[in-house]
Ligand binder design. Structure first.
Ligand code: ADP
Ligand code: MG
Length: 663
């Protein structure tokens, strides 16, 4: 039910198609019940020694005498006996209704019915065939309409998920994990589609078909039909019970599918390492384990949904029999009541019984089809839960309600008493130590500041506060005196350029990768940025030049080349603030040398943060001041010379670097 209300806004735009498909389903159900009802005239013509005209005339005569008889009975009753009179009146009106039906049949239907018995049956077969053809057309139309709706809805949901995921903050997305998100946006959405298709086709059509059959059966004999409907609440109760377990099990399946995605993406993302360390076996083993888990979980779902069909079949048969057995009794004994309870308007004949049986069996068929649908529904409800978990996730870095307009950064950047702890649920539920503790640093505009410290000392975390990858738990980050939380994130980030250790390039041309930071850049601007970043020397050797495709994640280029493209990208953006997070740490010394040369030019007139754990002389040539971080705190701030004298941590870092270089 929850799933339905969640999906409603997505289906609403396609309501016209939905209404059309429901109309198709109505026609299908009428034709279905009509086809089953042909049993009535068939049996009558086959088993009775008269044609339909004679039969109807005879029936009309019989009914008329019965009415006369009943009338006289009522007239003779004492007026005081209200109860008996009322019952007799009811019987009389039943019989009168029957007469009316017969008269209508005689007037409107019989003129078209041939007098010969075989011709009559041939006509019935003809009608049957035509109705089946018509039904086929409506089935086709309904499926196509529903397919159209479902696929459109699914595309919408998928797009909405992607859009919403991108609007979340970095920490939330990273904690969810890319494989998990991917599996939800692909596999889970697909599972949801199966459920939605089921709802719109089966869940509309089958109840209508069942309803049609029951309506026809009601006209035929409402008492017996009612008797068989008594079983329905029991079926409902049973299903509500095991629906819950089914949904839970389905969630397990989807979750383990996320595991499979994770295994795949992890393996293929680090293919080089996997091959180099001969770790294929280990990855195969992991993959085997997640597949085994998936198998176990999905078998549970299968066992549960396999129960649905036989259960409904049994209950349905009980329902049909509870009408047919008394009906058979009535036919064989030639009576209309059992134990004083009236069960038919008059004596039932074999044709009526057959038709009743056919119609109830038709209902059972629909119920059976519905029961196999149940598993799909529960599976997609589980998928919908997981999808809407993403859609309901709130970003931890909300946009300001009353944003402040800021010009190009020109005064200073201040970290004031910043403390931050990574959220607990992201990892293992254990409390984590704070990544930053009361960090205060002020950097005047135009300065080049190095942030130095051991691995895990909180350098990246600190600088991640600046473009608001996350917000501090306490304290504030201010640009020119304005809290970054007060600046519209687009305005804020348009001032910041970031180059990280693992360059993030896309499977596109070199030119497009540079233009990524400023899509409307002119060709001259791109070329200028490329020139500054020393991209030109290696691009000119490529046959396709700037139009060279660099492959997924830029794997067709060397590390140094990738980094230079990343720099060109940052240069093109012309940021007032530049963050270099270990930008040269993974490079060979020649590439590092080139990058430093580029930076020397580029840092002019910008506020720059260089995060590094490698201190060398070209690097020192670049920076004006150094911030030393230690276990989430600022240990010292000063120039190279000052720190060498006063800061033990800095001395240790500097000397260990030196000895590494000598070695
Ligand atoms: P540095 O950049 O100085 O090497 P980081 O700022 O990346 O260090 O990390 C500081 C601390 O925060 C480390 O102890 C690290 O384990 C932890 N940390 C970093 N990123 C995350 C994350 N996404 N989730 C949980 N903890 C993290
Ligand atoms: Mg780091």
């Amino acid at each position: 039910m929850e799933t339905a209300s969640r999906l409603f806004p997505y289906v609403w735009p396609y309501r016209r198609m939905a209404v059309l498909s429901i109309i198709c389903a109505i026609f299908i159900s009428i034709l279905w019940a009509g086809n089953l009802s042909t049993v009535l005239p068939m049996v009558r013509v086959l088993f009775q020694d008269k044609n339909l005209h004679q039969y109807v005339d005879e029936q009309i005569e019989l009914t008329q005498t019965e009415i006369e008889h009943r009338k006289s009975v009522i007239d003779q009753m004492p007026t005081g006996d209200v109860e008996r009179r009322a019952r007799a009146q009811r019987h009389l009106s039943d019989t009168t209704r029957q007469l009316a039906l017969l008269a209508t049949t005689k007037k409107y239907a019989l003129p078209y019915v041939p007098a010969d018995r075989f011709d009559t049956i041939a006509l019935i077969f003809g009608c049957f065939l035509f109705a089946t053809l018509l039904k086929g057309i409506f089935i086709y139309l309904q499926e196509v309409l529903v397919g159209g709706i479902v696929n459109r809805v699914i595309v919408d949901v998928r797009k909405k998920c992607f859009r919403h995921a991108l609007s979340l903050d970095y920490q939330t997305i990273a904690a969810a994990g890319p494989a998990n998100l991917m599996s939800r946006i692909t596999n889970d959405v697909e599972t949801l589609a199966v459920g939605l298709r089921t709802v719109l086709v089966r869940l509309v059509r089958e109840p209508l078909k069942a309803g049609g059959c029951i309506a026809f059966a009601f006209v035929l004999n409402w008492r017996l039909t009612l008797l068989s409907l008594l079983v329905v609440p029991c079926i409902g109760l049973l299903f509500a019970k095991f629906g819950k377990s089914l949904k839970k099990a389905s969630k397990g399946t989807l979750h383990s599918m996320s595991g499979i995605y994770k295994g795949l993406s992890e393996t293929f993302d680090s293919l080089k390492v996997v091959i180099a360390f001969g770790a294929a076996r280990r990855h195969r083993r992991q993959f085997h384990l997640s597949n085994k888990e998936y198998l176990n979980k999905s078998m549970k779902v299968i066992r549960l949904s396999a129960l649905a069909r036989p259960t409904t079949e049994l209950m349905g048969t009980i329902a049909v029999l509870s009408a047919v057995i008394p009906g058979t009794y009535l036919v064989l004994r030639g009576t209309d009541e059992i134990w004083g309870v009236k069960l038919a308007p008059g004596a039932m004949d074999i044709a009526q019984l057959s038709a009743l049986y056919a119609l109830l069996a038709g209902t059972l068929d629909s119920v059976r089809k519905l029961s196999s649908v149940y598993g799909d529904l529960k599976r997609s409800a589980a998928a919908s839960d997981r999808i809407f978990e993403i859609l309901n996730e709130k970003t931890k870095v909300p946009e300001p309600k009353e944003p402040q307009i800021v010009g190009r950064h020109s005064r200073d950047i201040r970290f004031e008493n910043v403390s931050f702890t990574y959220s607990q649920e992201a990892v293992d539920g254990n409390a984590r130590p704070p990544a930053l503790r009361n960090v205060s640093v002020t950097v005047p505009a135009g300065e080049v500041v190095a942030v130095i410290g051991e691995n895990g000392s909180g350098k990246s975390t600190l600088l991640n506060m600046l473009p608001r990858f996350m917000d501090p738990d306490q304290g504030a980050v201010l640009i020119d005196g304005v809290d970054v939380r007060q600046i519209r994130s687009h305005d804020l980030r348009s001032q910041i350029g970031i180059v990280t250790q693992e360059t993030q390039l896309f499977d596109d041309t070199i030119a497009e990768n540079i233009k990524y930071s400023k899509p409307d850049a002119t060709w001259e601007e791109v070329e200028e940025a490329a020139k500054q970043a020393h991209v030109i020397p290696f691009v000119s050797h490529l046959p396709a030049g700037f139009a060279t495709q660099i492959g997924e994640k830029g794997q067709k280029l060397s590390g140094g080349q990738r980094q230079r493209i990343a720099l060109a990208r940052a240069i093109l953006r012309d940021p007032s603030i530049l963050i270099l997070d270990e930008a040269t740490s993974a490079l060979d010394s020649q590439s590092e040398h080139i990058i430093h040369k580029v930076l020397k030019q580029f840092v002019k007139g910008r506020t720059v943060f260089v995060i590094t754990h490698v201190i060398n002389d070209t690097f020192l040539d670049l920076v004006t001041r150094i911030v030393v971080m230690d276990s989430g705190c600022v240990a010292a701030i000063g120039t190279h010379e000052e720190l060498l004298k006063t800061c033990a941590i800095y001395q240790r870092l500097y000397h260990s670097n030196k000895s590494q270089r000598v070695a």
